[in-house]
Design a protein around this ligand. Structure first.
Ligand SMILES: C[S@@+](CC[C@H](N)C(=O)[O-])C[C@H]1O[C@@H](n2cnc3c(N)ncnc32)[C@H](O)[C@@H]1O
Length: 237
């Protein structure tokens, strides 16, 4: 990997997170070698699809509605939703390869088959997903970037929200969870500017998790460190 590219071949896109952490266990290396290619949503990488041709979601999931989870971390929520919603096809995007390896282990254990995995930046997927193709998107505990000068790195910025909005169908649901009050502020300011309405009617709507929620690794850390989750639900107009 050169400084200018991700292993997928994508151009460098000001991604400030981590691609790889501590060493992978041999079992995790095996999941990556044996399972990842089979779970690909199609030609997402720049080397294999330099024209950025649209993905064939019909070939991937048939007529199932398609959901997207951005930054799935260890994959607990992604696998939980896939198991609970077999009538849906779900794509997960996560550049951190250790998280991808954790997800693959969970997929083997759960035996779910309605999942596709992009081991990279969600923006690569936005390039190749057909417009209006997604019925739901999840952004759960996005990287907080607490320093003010780093707020423009946050996911809830036009660079990400504009293409995400285009990929969602009218009426599609976009869920955001965060434990950072200033991230709530920026989300409530930015997301409605990209064609979404916030569905909250009262405080319980953002204080209580969604009925089908499973707590993620990052949320558990937030609880341990005394931070309060917020659950924000938007609908694409
Ligand atoms: C704070 S972690 C939360 C992980 C998980 N959602 C959870 O709740 O445990 C944020 C994750 O978003 C991923 N991420 C950051 N930018 C991303 C992008 N552009 N596309 C996809 N994932 C991204 C990071 O690699 C990281 O794993």
């Amino acid at each position: 990997m050169t400084r200018d590219t991700h292993p997928s071949g994508a151009p460098w896109r000001n991604f400030y997170g981590r691609f790889k952490g501590k060493g992978l266990r041999p079992s995790q290396e095996a999941y990556l070698d044996e399972d990842l290619a089979k779970l690909s949503p199609g030609k997402v990488g720049w080397e294999e699809n330099p024209e950025r041709s649209p993905l064939d979601l019909q070939a991937l999931f048939g007529d199932k509605p398609v959901w997207l989870e951005i930054g799935f971390g260890g994959g607990e929520h992604l696998v939980h939703q896939a198991a609970a919603n077999p009538e849906v096809g779900i794509i997960g995007a996560e550049p951190y390869i250790n998280g991808v390896a954790m997800l693959l282990g969970k997929i083997r254990t759960a035996g779910v088959s309605n999942l596709a995995v992009h081991p990279g930046d969600a923006r690569d997927l936005f390039d190749v997903l057909p417009d209006g193709s997604l019925s739901r998107a999840f952004l759960l505990y996005p990287d907080p970037w607490p320093k003010k000068r780093h707020h423009r790195r946050r996911f809830v910025t036009p660079e990400h929200l504009e293409p995400l909005s285009r990929k969602l169908k009218p009426g599609a649901i976009f869920r955001v969870a965060t434990d950072i009050p200033d991230y709530v502020r920026q989300t409530l300011q930015q997301v409605p500017q990209h064609g979404f309405e916030w569905l909250a009617e009262g405080p319980e709507d953002w204080r209580q998790p969604w009925g089908d929620w499973i707590s993620t690794r990052y949320e558990q850390k937030a609880f341990r460190e005394g931070r309060t989750p917020h659950y924000l639900t938007f609908r694409k107009r």
